[in-house]
Design a protein around this ligand. Structure first.
Ligand code: PLA
Length: 465
């Protein structure tokens, strides 16, 4: 009995989904109406559904959502949930890339508080933004990325649309690819930030991987990367991390970037940069944008997703942008119109608060300088614990293993080389929360916890296989 009810329930679900497809293709819908009441009035136990000549009755104690399986926890944000649930005093969250103070507390930048006070003083309203976002933000963000005097900006070849931080901006870019480059493939580094594949999967954009990380050298597999980009079909999109590659912390050198640009140019590929850490890798906004600027200076058409989650600590404000640098101002205008068309049915228009913060800070020389100083301070603290961790591991580990990769990597993370079992051991025994790919966020480490972490890594590396 239960199984027959279930099959009716799942049949109903499949009818519902096929009818939504028919709407999309413009075909007439099957006549499906849900009748909730019988002659005697509302009946709490049955729910009738009539689909053309077929009529079904489904008991409501079998959920219509029966066919929906449990989703696995998110590999990164799920770690924060597990951390919260742990009551141990020892626990340390090195999962998500979120900056913490030496006291391991979240940090709101002083300059952000100042910008928020300015907003209150001005009495800014809460009206809807235009679909493309706050004009002052879009101008500021493109200038910050490319440099204010970049010819592409002067020639109005940059289409900038405010997005829901880095993720939402990548998603908009993916939607543009899906709509106007049907069948085009996106090449993604192996490994990459865990959410990239989800973003392109959900946007129905096919992707494949290019070699990036070489476990033998714990460095960049540059030859492999070039070969894979070369052998991809002409006109593919190549997803590149602008700086501070996540999760490896390994970036190409300036010379290697030149060669990557050569191959992309030869193959008529389109680079798609993910810039989630501008200013956070080196402490300098300009140095961290050098890769993007190189491609733009060669006259290439480029997509760039930006995020202010890390460099301004605006994680929850969801502020970022998608920039499309085109070869003509006319193309840029058309691209922008289509990005707006894609955004409107997804979320209508973006939130204003973070956009005002960025625009106010970048637009005011005093605040801008204060921001740069705070960013250098944050990047400096991460660099400092990175060196302390290396010193501590190198001093404690007598096995002769070379741990110097820790100080060669840059940005928020260290890719420790610990495998899944070793990473599990870090959490189960040592209460160090981290992603299962062996990545640790150094932004979540304090000087006081360095020795403890070094001990945990050495134990997990040598005693778990
Ligand atoms: N791109 C990369 C390479 C990232 O690492 C992240 C965030 C984003 C984009 C998106 O961030 P945003 O949407 O907040 O702008 N990566 C984090 C957080 C810091 C996360 O997974 O969401 C991480 O721990 O990897």
């Amino acid at each position: 009995m239960a199984s027959s009810l279930l099959s009716v329930a799942s049949h109903t679900l499949s009818l519902a989904s096929s009818s939504s497809l028919e709407t999309h293709t413009g075909k007439p819908k099957l006549g499906c109406n849900t009748l909730r009441f019988n002659k005697e009035g509302p009946n709490p136990f049955t729910n009738s559904r009539s689909c053309g000549r077929i009529s079904m009755t489904v008991a409501v104690n079998v959920s219509r959502f029966e066919g929906i399986p449990m989703a696995p926890p998110d590999p990164i944000l799920g770690v924060s949930e597990a951390f919260k649930a742990d009551t141990s005093e020892l626990k340390l969250n090195l999962g998500v890339g979120a900056y913490r103070t030496e006291e391991l507390q979240p940090y709101v930048l002083k300059v952000v508080k100042k910008a928020e006070n300015l907003m209150l003083e001005r009495g800014d309203n809460k009206e809807y933004l235009p679909i493309e976002g706050l004009a002052a933000f879009n101008k500021a963000t493109a200038e910050l990325l490319l440099g204010a005097d970049n010819p592409a900006i002067k020639q109005q070849r940059v289409a900038t649309v405010q997005g829901l931080s880095g993720t939402g901006s990548l998603r908009l870019g993916a939607a543009l690819i899906e709509r106007y480059f049907p069948g085009a493939k996106v090449l993604i580094s192996a490994p990459t930030w865990g959410n990239h594949k989800n973003i392109f999967n959900d946007a129905r954009v096919p992707w494949s991987e290019y070699r990036y990380y070489d476990p033998k050298t714990v460095g960049l597999d540059f030859e492999g990367m070039i070969e894979d980009i070369k052998s991809a079909p002409e006109g593919s999109f190549v997803l590149l991390h602008g700086c501070a590659h996540n999760p490896t912390g390994i970036d190409p050198t300036p010379e290697q970037w030149e060669k990557i640009a050569d191959v992309i140019q030869e193959k008529n590929h389109i680079p798609f940069f993910d810039v989630a850490y501008q200013g956070f890798a080196s402490g300098s906004l300009d140095a961290d944008a050098a890769s993007v600027r190189l491609f733009v200076s060669r006259g290439l058409e480029v997509l760039v997703a930006q995020s202010y989650s890390k460099n301004l600590g605006l994680y929850a404000e969801r502020i970022g942008a998608i920039n499309v640098i085109s070869s003509s101002p006319e193309a840029a205008t058309r691209v922008k119109s289509q990005l707006k068309r894609l955004a409107r049915p997804m979320y209508s228009n973006p939130p204003v608060h973070g956009a005002r913060i960025v625009a106010d800070i970048v637009g005011n020389p005093n605040l801008f300088n204060e921001w740069k100083a705070e960013m250098e301070m944050m990047a400096g603290r991460i660099k400092s614990v990175r060196h302390q961790l290396y010193d501590s591991i190198a001093a404690k580990d007598k096995s002769g293993k070379d741990w110097s990769f820790i100080v060669k990597q840059i940005g928020m993370f260290s890719y420790t080389g610990l495998n899944k079992e070793q990473s599990d051991h870090m959490t189960n025994k040592w209460r160090v929360y981290m992603t299962k790919d062996g990545r640790i966020s150094l932004a979540g480490l304090s000087a006081a916890k360095v020795e403890y972490l070094a001990g945990a890594i050495i134990d997990s590396f040598h005693n778990v296989s």
